[in-house]
Design a protein around this ligand. Structure first.
Ligand SMILES: [Fe+2]
Length: 388
């Protein structure tokens, strides 16, 4: 188990990392919510702060007085058992608290937590603090993807900064890695932090399969588009086809056609499409349709986990064919934190890996991310599998 000194350092680093992500923003960027699933950066900063106040300070610091009596209403995300809250669709309608007040809230809670973490803590409290830290790291990724959406759907295509690298050169090893059929163990075993949805390690039987060493590139995806991929219903699920027609989708998110050439919004503004980079910002629907076009398929989350040691991962979240469901013996935590993962195990697809927006030391081979199949504002990509 982690030592108290390491815990304090990790907490402080995580808090300052969040503020560093927001440093390039203008004040107006902090407030808007252009679509329901994109929260204003100001809200993320307040919500991650409220998490420590709600689950730790107000429970374990004797005589603790909340920073503001209404902030639980403003910054509670989805915890029904904690109480009423601002509707998700209204997060972008709040001009108060101001950005400055949210920064003051952050400073206050960081300082109270620092004092708290200097005490001797029992194991259960350390586990709670770790959840708070990893919760904030999850929101750091959401902050980056939400900031990209806020800036990238603005007609001026403003840049975020000059340094954020969205594309990495892929592994040089092309081709596929063959995995023999057999019984394999999946799920987390160890004594470091993991989420409850990774516990319940168990055996799965896999048929032989071959998994691609590389992620699909923009060049390959462009071939799919040019071959009429978005116009042929045979590649798409029924609800995906409705989604294509209802939304006029004909390319990944942030792709724009200028003089018959595709450009792509990046954190550095609008740029010509980098055809050698991994395809990015696609929905599960699109990942599936691409695989159909190619005559291959997406891996299940267990095929991905068993094979992950053979390929580089971590620059894109990778869509899998698996529905997000509990592992055997899955148990929700007691109390409000039982709402963290379990109640989302319906109608979502699992993503594996990590992305350029994922915080350091946050992901691992057993980590299970999950989103609805139409969503594509995360840094998502495609790895293919073929049957042998
Ligand atoms: Fe949250």
């Amino acid at each position: 188990m982690i030592t108290t000194n390491t815990l304090l350092a990790s907490f402080l680093r995580t808090r300052s990392d969040t503020e560093e992500i927001c440093a390039p923003l203008q004040i107006e960027d902090y407030v808007i919510q252009p679509i329901v699933y994109v929260s204003p950066p100001k809200w993320h900063m307040g919500h991650t702060t409220w998490f420590f106040e709600e689950f730790i300070l107000s429970k374990y610091v004797k005589g603790y007085k909340r920073f503001h009596p209404e902030y639980a209403f403003v910054f509670n995300s989805y915890y029904e058992s904690i109480g009423k809250r601002v509707m998700r669709t209204n997060r972008g309608n709040l001009s108060r608290p101001t950005v400055q007040e949210v920064y003051e809230y952050r400073d206050h809670i960081t300082s109270c937590m620092k004092t708290f973490l200097e005490e001797d803590l029992d194991t259960d409290i350390i586990k709670l603090v770790l959840i708070g830290i990893h919760h904030e790291k999850q929101h750091q990724e959401l902050l980056l993807t939400d900031i990209k959406f806020i800036l990238g759907t603005n007609p001026l295509f403003p840049k975020y900064n000059d340094t954020f690298t969205e594309n990495f050169v892929q592994s040089k090893i092309s081709g596929y890695t063959k995995i023999k059929k057999g019984l394999y163990s999946v799920g987390y075993i160890g004594n470091q932090f993991c989420y409850d949805n990774e516990l319940g390690a168990h055996d799965v039987f896999l048929q032989e399969y071959s998994i691609s060493n590389k992620l699909v590139t923009n060049k390959e995806y462009l071939e799919f588009i040019e071959d009429g991929g978005y116009k042929n219903s045979m590649f798409w699920h029924a609800e995906a086809w409705d989604w294509i027609l209802n939304n006029g989708v004909e390319a990944p998110l942030y792709w724009h056609k200028v003089d018959e050439q595709f450009w792509q919004y990046t954190f550095q503004g609008l740029k010509p499409l980098d055809t050698s980079a991994q395809v990015n910002h696609i929905s599960y629907y699109e990942a599936f349709a691409f695989a159909q076009w190619k005559g291959e398929r997406l891996p299940t989350e267990f095929e991905w986990e068993v094979a992950q040691s053979f390929f580089d991962w971590g620059t894109r979240w990778e869509w899998t064919e698996s529905a997000y469901a509990p592992y055997p013996n899955y148990k929700k935590a007691i109390g409000a934190l039982g709402e963290y993962n379990g109640k989302f195990m319906v109608n979502q697809k699992v993503l594996r890996g990590g992305s350029v927006a994922t915080a350091a030391n946050h992901t691992r081979p057993t980590y299970r991310n999950f989103f609805h199949p139409e969503l594509r504002w995360q840094f998502t990509g495609i790895r293919l599998v073929k049957e042998n």
